[in-house]
Design a protein. Structure first.
Length: 101
């Protein structure tokens, strides 16, 4: 078997075993929540900067058109990425709901 076909360090852990280990990973859940909150705050900042740039463009007060276009592009891209992450997380949650113990 090639080196790419073999994944080391992974074991077949059942859902029941994972639930038994839940007490061991509560700190990881908090870390995930803080990372998620940080990412949401970052997306919000990009959205606010994009809105300011868009309003400056609409009123003719824009100083640098290139920077304004970049701010709007970052806001759009970050929102699309966050929506995709949300969709994947929701899909995973629904899949876990269908999993039988």
């Amino acid at each position: 078997m090639s080196e790419f076909g073999k994944i080391e360090g992974l074991s077949g852990t059942s859902t029941a075993e994972l639930l038994k280990q839940k007490g061991k990973v509560d700190g990881a859940g908090e870390a995930f929540a803080s990372h998620l909150k940080s990412a949401l705050n970052e997306v919000n900042e990009y959205q606010e900067k994009g809105e300011v740039a868009l309003s400056e463009m609409a009123t003719g007060q824009v100083k640098d058109l290139h920077q304004a276009a970049l701010a709007i592009g970052k806001a759009e891209t970050s929102m699309k990425l966050m929506l995709e992450i949300r969709n994947k997380a929701l899909s995973a949650y629904k899949e876990l709901g269908r999993t039988q113990l």
